[in-house]
Ligand binder design. Structure first.
Ligand SMILES: *Cc1c(COP(=O)(O)O)cnc(C)c1O
Length: 423
């Protein structure tokens, strides 16, 4: 029988993998002279080596050309955000005109709700998952209150109906049916940050629309992690950040999707000059004429230095393509799951769904025996250069990122947990 825990087994899996690792394209933090075993790409992705070159290109252009940099060459700043449009559209399964990189995630969520959360007295409510990411919850509750409604009554938080904090499709369906006539918006995650559960987004959009509500997705933990087909999903909007699986650096510029059917519609919005139709933007007239598509939601001229590292990251996603990357992700996370079942289940309980189509790369692992026990394991791992992240009260999240994590990394985690058990 194969010994899953043998280093030779992990090495053989890496050597035989159809998608050789792109780890050499990234800078790995070091721990005690060796490369850290980094499983926190769900929080801050690693720096692509090419990020520095793209940033230097901007700094050099600024140094040598100053204001003229807006107008010269392929990477001119006037149209710089357009350089990421097509690769982003490929990544999220959208038409190029449906995506734009701008602002940050929570800011984009607010801007999208200005346009697509249009509550009325009959229909004031937003449906979200209970335990949603705090920033999302603050954003939706403040929008409900801003419109003069009561978040206690009109922010509907669906409780999970499956063990470990998971949601069945049936529960989502029942909630939308129950609250349908009062729902103005359904806001749902692509992948839930706490549990790692992935959702059937087209099905959720269909249900929301059938109930007469708008539908938006927060893809912070989904983008670059699971395949997405935003256009076909029919969602009205989606927002995401680029510093997690998209490896574009702390506080990176974020992403936004607006479905094509709103491209030319007279949708209410908060306007800024960069959302103005570019053909007449510099006539500097008093009246706002929106650009078609997602571009029409831009406010300011974008931070070019913030866009530069996103180009480096998207080059890598384009080189590999989401199908191959996802296939590798399923292999890596499947190996992690198999190791836990084979030898660690007395210590760790997997909260994330077992079906690959209901999860991304992350496994949320509850440490048996309570919080102090869990913290001790987390510290043991960190002290040995194995970095996951901690979620109160007793969960360690481990996210093997298929661009740079390997089967050997996954094994290193499992053996370090074994070492703690026997210590
Ligand atoms: C990471 C994350 C955020 C962070 O919001 P920022 O505006 O980028 O600071 C928000 N929501 C979710 C679901 C996240 O996973």
């Amino acid at each position: 029988m194969t010994d899953l825990f043998a280093p030779s087994h992990a090495a053989a899996l890496d050597a035989a993998d159809p998608l050789p690792t792109l780890r050499h394209e990234f800078l790995l933090p070091r721990h005690g002279g060796a490369e850290q075993t980094y499983f926190v790409g769900n929080s801050l992705g690693l720096q692509p080596r090419a990020a520095r070159r793209y940033i230097d290109e901007v700094l050099d252009k600024w140094a040598h050309e100053a204001v003229e940099g807006h107008f010269t060459g392929d990477a001119q700043w006037m149209t710089y955000h357009g350089l990421v449009r097509e690769p982003l559209a490929r990544l999220v399964g959208a038409q190029p005109s449906e995506v734009v990189a701008m602002n940050t995630l929570t800011a984009n969520l607010h801007l999208m709700m200005v346009s697509f959360y249009r509550p009325t007295r009959e229909r004031p409510a937003i449906l979200v998952e209970a335990g949603s990411f705090p920033s999302d919850r603050y954003a939706v509750a403040s929008q409900v209150a801003f419109h003069g409604f009561d978040p206690h009554a009109d922010l509907i938080e669906l409780q999970p109906d499956e063990p470990g904090g998971l949601f069945s499709m049936g529960a989502i369906e029942r909630a939308i049916a129950e609250h349908g006539p009062r729902l103005a918006l359904v806001l749902w995650p692509g992948v839930q940050y706490r549990t790692g559960q992935a959702f059937d987004l087209p099905a959720i959009a269909r249900l929301a629309h059938a109930a007469g509500a708008a539908c938006g997705f927060d893809l912070a933990h989904a983008v670059g992690n699971v395949p997405l087909a935003l256009h076909d999903s029919g969602a009205d909007f989606a927002v995401w950040c680029h510093y997690k699986y998209l490896n574009s650096g702390p506080g990176a510029i974020a992403g936004c999707f607006v479905h094509e059917r709103h491209a030319h519609a007279d949708v209410p919005r908060f306007a800024g000059w960069w959302g103005h139709d570019p053909s007449s933007r510099f006539l500097m007239g008093p009246d706002f004429v929106p650009s078609a598509g997602a571009d029409g939601w831009q406010l300011s001229n974008p931070p070019i230095l913030g866009l530069a590292p996103l180009r480096a990251s998207l080059d890598l996603f384009d080189r590999v393509g989401m199908p191959a990357l996802r296939a590798k992700s399923i292999r890596l996370t499947g190996y992690l799951e198999a190791l836990i079942h084979a030898g660690l289940s007395d210590t760790l309980e997997i909260l994330t769904p077992a079906e690959p189509e209901r999860r991304g790369c992350q496994l949320s692992l509850r440490v048996r025996g309570g919080r102090e026990h869990g913290r001790a394991l987390f510290e043991h791992l960190a002290a040995r250069g194995v970095l996951g992240d901690w979620r109160e009260p007793d969960v360690i999240r481990i996210s093997p990122a298929p661009l740079y994590n390997t089967h050997a990394d996954v094994l290193r985690f499992a053996r370090t947990v074994q070492g703690w058990k026997t210590a």
